[in-house]
Design a protein around this ligand. Sequence first.
Ligand SMILES: Cc1ncc(COP(=O)(O)O)c(C=O)c1O
Length: 437
Amino acid sequence: MHLYGTQAVNEKGHLTIGGVDTTELAATYGTPQFVYDLALFRERARGFVDTFEKAGVKAQVAYASKAFSSVAIYQVAAQEGLSVDVVSGGELYTVLKAGFPSAKIHFHGNNKSLEELHQAFDSKIGCIVIDNFYEIEQLKELATVKQQKMDVLIRVTPGVEAHTHDFITTGQADSKFGFDLSNGQADEAFQQLYQHDFLQLKGMHCHIGSQIFETEAFSLAAQKVVAKMAEWEKTTGFKATVLNLGGGFGIRYTEEDAPLEPAVYVDDMIQAVKKEAAAHEVALPEIWIEPGRSLVGDAGTTLYTIGSSKVVPDVRNYIAIDGGMSDNIRPALYDAKYEGVLANKMKEKADTVYTIAGKLCESGDKIIEDLTLPKAEAHDLLATFCTGAYGYAMASNYNRMPRPAVVFVENGQHQLVVKRETMEDLVKLDLPFTLGE
Ligand SMILES: Cc1ncc(COP(=O)(O)O)c(C=O)c1O
């Protein structure tokens, strides 16, 4: 059994996280419940930040908050000296509500609305990552009308796509995001931006994928982007000062995943960028990165209560939980794999194979298939590991399920940071039918 961060087993045979008994958390806040191990979040954040610092390289480590956005997580991110990347007006509103320093907020998105761009200017965020020509037009107009400066990066697709252990390089990337580096689009965007009075072009951004377990793909992307920066500098004298290499650092969901330490990703990235900058005789840019999953993924655990069970003779043992695809869509969406344990029976022998069924009205609502557990009964507490990224963030009210509670634990203490939705919350936007009255 692989445990993460501060997870341990106490004398009662219960799973603890951050020194807190998970059965106590379940009794206090109910289930389903997301529990975040803050020590693990901080350890990861420091792994990225300290490595840049030790190398003496100017950097920003921006938490890609699409992975899990809430007021409290932004406040912890601020404590760790992180920047934050947001992808919508909603995330921007939440991070501002958290009192996060606006100069350290970066705004992404392939279809930012005019309203969202106003919000970005009015709150004086640090940087907008420009995705397309329509956005350039909108931003130019807005900045001119407002007579307000804004730092911008050009998002490019470098033709390197990475996922787990594989990556491919393509001449032209088929992506809905960004300007293609090889077909002239990125050059055109640069021409439209680099001399603008209010939009202050700082450099380029690329994001090459998710769950990446090696560093070569980042190095290759860095090579391509730095080469383009150097080309622009030679032809126009424009000096890029920022290279943002995105997120995608892998985590361990199951034994098949072998992630690297943050320091390894960062060290190799620094070497690659230094080498390219030297080869092209340009100054070393600041290196920005955007880890999401690797900050919050394995720091998050979901607690569920087991209810019904069903045996399909000679085929499968189902046990059903009080949540499912409404709090974790990833298994149904892309066959994501998870591990789990019976949190109240950690010392009992695991000898029975179960499929964990959600309670939503979809046959595909299964959280884990073929999980070996001790004999499970109604009221047992199931903990599924590594649910901190794209779990709560993608939660829905499908079947009118209330979204779960979110709790932070650290040093033997626990705190509710997102309340469980109530039945009243579920109908608060509904209006009675009155047409024809
Ligand atoms: C632009 C950008 N940056 C960062 C991330 C975060 O990726 P991850 O959570 O895999 O680190 C994403 C994820 O989709 C992204 O699109």
